[in-house]
Write a protein that binds this ligand. Structure first.
Ligand SMILES: [Zn+2]
Length: 91
């Protein structure tokens, strides 16, 4: 029976992309731009942002709200991006 722990090896894997682990403040500062880019290009991704959103339900929900508003504002269909939100928000 193995225990799952946040070992230095796992942390290294998260940060190996060269982007720093984001705090909630960093995430909040970038989320507008992230949403805009994702709506413009459903394949757009930011490893640091998606890593934070996977691990932080509060920011994932904030982002889901923003995405919905931004999509309506822009008259864009958010459907292509929604499967990702589902993964993040399941928490
Ligand atoms: Zn957060």
């Amino acid at each position: 029976m193995t225990e799952r722990r946040l070992t230095p090896e796992i942390i290294r894997r998260f940060t190996v992309d060269g982007e720093p682990w984001l705090s909630c403040d960093d995430c909040f500062a970038r989320v507008d731009e992230y949403v805009d880019r994702m709506l413009a290009d459903p394949d757009y991704d930011s490893p640091a942002m998606s890593a934070h959103l996977r691990g932080c339900g509060a920011c994932a929900e904030e982002m889901a709200t923003l995405l919905d508003l931004a999509a309506r504002d822009a008259g864009v269909d958010p459907q292509p991006v929604l499967p990702r939100l589902g993964r993040w928000c399941q928490g």
